[in-house]
Design a binder for this molecule. Sequence first.
Ligand SMILES: [Zn+2]
Length: 231
Amino acid sequence: MTTQTRAAAPTAGSTIDFTTNLVESTLDPSDAVYDQEIPAGEPWLHELRQGQRLRILDLMGNQAVDTLFYNALDPAERYSAVDTVRAQGSLYLTTGSRLLSNDGNPMATIVADTCGRHDTLGGACAAESNQVRYALEKRPMHNCRDNYLIALAESSYHMGKRDLTSNINFFMNVPVTPEGRLTFEDGISDAGKYVELRAEMDLIVLVSNCPQLNNPCNAYNPTPVRMLIWD
Ligand SMILES: [Zn+2]
């Protein structure tokens, strides 16, 4: 089985082979119907139609991109980390990973990945977790949860705190130790690396380009990322 075949048709329950997951896209940025940067530390909210492809490009390297997906026709259906991990039998996301919803439906498929793996265990940073993990005076610091809430509040979706669930951290490195512990490590991404997804249903994509300054998820230095969409 070639890598391309594996990327095109993974089945629920199949196991991703992390040794052959680096797949480049054939899409040309000059053909993209959308091409925009998300500034360092800022949110992004955008719809994807079924069949469209979204590329998230790590412009300067080592940037965490905290991402949630919702069914655009019924946002009560949303990305489920638990169902995704269980179905693929692997903890990390990469080429071939099908991102499943809480109803078990494929929402998106990772069709190209030049980074190698992405986290869906570490969650999004918040004022509360910054206080617990680092210090009480970290509460006012810019964080992903507030980014999500601001983007939703400024939208017409009528969504808020109750709609924030376990997310994907593209490019973030959260290895699981042999003892089963999670650690936030220096990233494995680099400038110019990207991940590309095909929407399997009409989607709302909610992103926080992580502003975290207290751990190495983005090398203590938040940077912009570039979002490209193709029909
Ligand atoms: Zn964050």
